[in-house]
Design a protein around this ligand. Structure first.
Ligand SMILES: [Fe+2]
Length: 413
């Protein structure tokens, strides 16, 4: 199954006429909203309620939360006469925006059986109609502000489209009947060619977003970074590589691990990547297509930062920094940068020099999470088409392994 949603990226390009811009944004909005429903469609109402851990959210919550985002940040301030769909919903579907008011406890999202799926569908239709009205009526004066917030809302919804898949896979992985999200699902094919390492151009390189097209605030400011003599792997670490790590006792060798990583591995009982399990003596893995034999040639994924770091130490290498990764990707040196697995970097998720979170509630989007997490680069098989970017900074806590997270190695020369 190929994911398809295409956003027009008009910010920063020549300004089209208002009529043309309205039509472009209307199509973009409807396209993204339809993709969310398409991803939810294979899931029953029961599937859509479950929350398998605090970090994962129910599909129904994702569908409502992205709708709340448009209602709160676009419609209420910018559509005169907008009537809120249900006064109780902001409390239920605000995620973490303190400035937007109180909210339901995140770990308890799975307890909300009502409003039900039909209510959420009606909420989505109500907001879709209102956004369409806003686009039809927006004046030249307000257009830039409205389109800017709409664009953030669309990229936000695409992020949740990815989470719909990662979160339901985690839920299905807890189910002894090994449900398939899509029984015909096939993993993306990794690139062929020699599994070599390539030199990253050393010297000073501009890192970050160059202001053409959309970006999140955490990708700016564009700034210089010094790249040392380093080589980076063209390919992602494979399951065959990971099996060699396991067979060499990688999960039982404390000297390969960071102290926090070793503690996490012991507490969680890690002995293989996430979703791997032995069946009839052979390793299998839960995928969107259900339980499948582990393919040795496929990229390893569902590994935490701690595992990625231990693997790199085992291999006598390092994880790339995010600046090394970005420089190599911009130079076209690496295969499978996008579309298979996010790649852990050794970079902590920190503000770029001079970064300031934007004013207002939307300033909470990224900036307040810049501590204790690690950056991943690229994109994954669950990332909607058109959402990836060379400057994109994803971030997760180092023990997280429910995303499609993989490993690319680097080596200092
Ligand atoms: Fe969100």
């Amino acid at each position: 199954m190929a994911w398809s949603a295409t956003l027009p990226l008009t910010q920063g390009s020549a300004r089209p006429s208002l009529e043309k811009a309205r039509a472009t944004w209307r199509a973009a909005f409807l396209g993204v909203r339809a993709e969310t429903e398409r991803r939810a469609a294979p899931l029953s109402a029961e599937d859509q309620i479950v929350q398998s851990m605090a970090d994962a959210s129910p599909t129904k919550w994702h569908r409502a939360h992205v709708t709340w985002f448009f209602e709160t940040f676009l419609l209420r301030p910018h559509l005169p006469g907008y009537e809120i769909f249900d006064e109780r919903f902001p409390f239920l579907f605000n995620s973490y925006y303190v400035a937007a008011g109180p909210r339901h406890a995140r770990p308890q999202r799975g307890l909300i059986t009502r409003p039900d799926s039909e209510d959420v569908l009606a909420y989505r239709a109500h907001v879709d109609a209102a956004v369409t009205r806003l686009l039809d009526s927006v004046t030249d004066e307000d257009a830039d502000r409205v389109f800017t917030i709409l664009e953030i809302g669309l990229h936000h919804e695409q992020q949740h489209q990815e989470l719909i898949l990662t979160d339901i896979l985690h839920a299905f992985a807890q189910n002894p009947t090994d449900p398939a999200y899509d029984a015909d699902w096939q993993p993306p094919k990794p690139a062929g060619g020699p599994r070599s390492q390539v030199a990253v151009p050393k010297g000073i390189h501009a890192i970050g977003h160059d202001t053409r097209g959309f970006s999140f605030d955490n990708e700016s400011p564009l700034h210089d970074e010094l790249i040392a003599d380093v080589r980076i792997a063209r390919h992602l670490v494979s399951n065959a590589d990971w099996l060699a790590f396991m067979e060499a006792g990688g999960y039982e060798t404390p000297s390969l691990w960071l102290s926090d990583g070793w503690a996490a591995a012991q507490n969680e009982g890690w002995e293989a990547p996430g979703y791997w399990r032995k069946k009839d003596g052979a390793w299998h893995v839960m995928t969107l297509g259900g339980l499948r034999p582990v393919d040795p040639a496929a990229p390893a994924m569902h590994v935490s930062y701690y595992e990625a770091d231990a693997f790199a130490r085992f291999a006598g290498r390092h994880l790339p920094s995010e600046a090394e990764w970005e420089t190599a990707a911009r130079a076209g040196l690496i295969a499978d940068a996008f579309g298979i697995a996010w790649q852990w970097t050794r970079s902590a998720y920190l503000p770029y020099p001079g970064y300031r979170a934007p004013e207002g509630a939307l300033g909470e989007y990224n900036g307040k999470f810049m501590v204790n997490q690690m950056v991943l680069r690229g994109s994954s098989l669950a990332t909607p088409e058109g959402h990836e970017r060379v400057s994109y900074r994803n971030f997760f806590y180092p023990a997280a392994r429910w995303q499609f997270s993989g490993v690319r190695l680097a080596e200092f020369v």
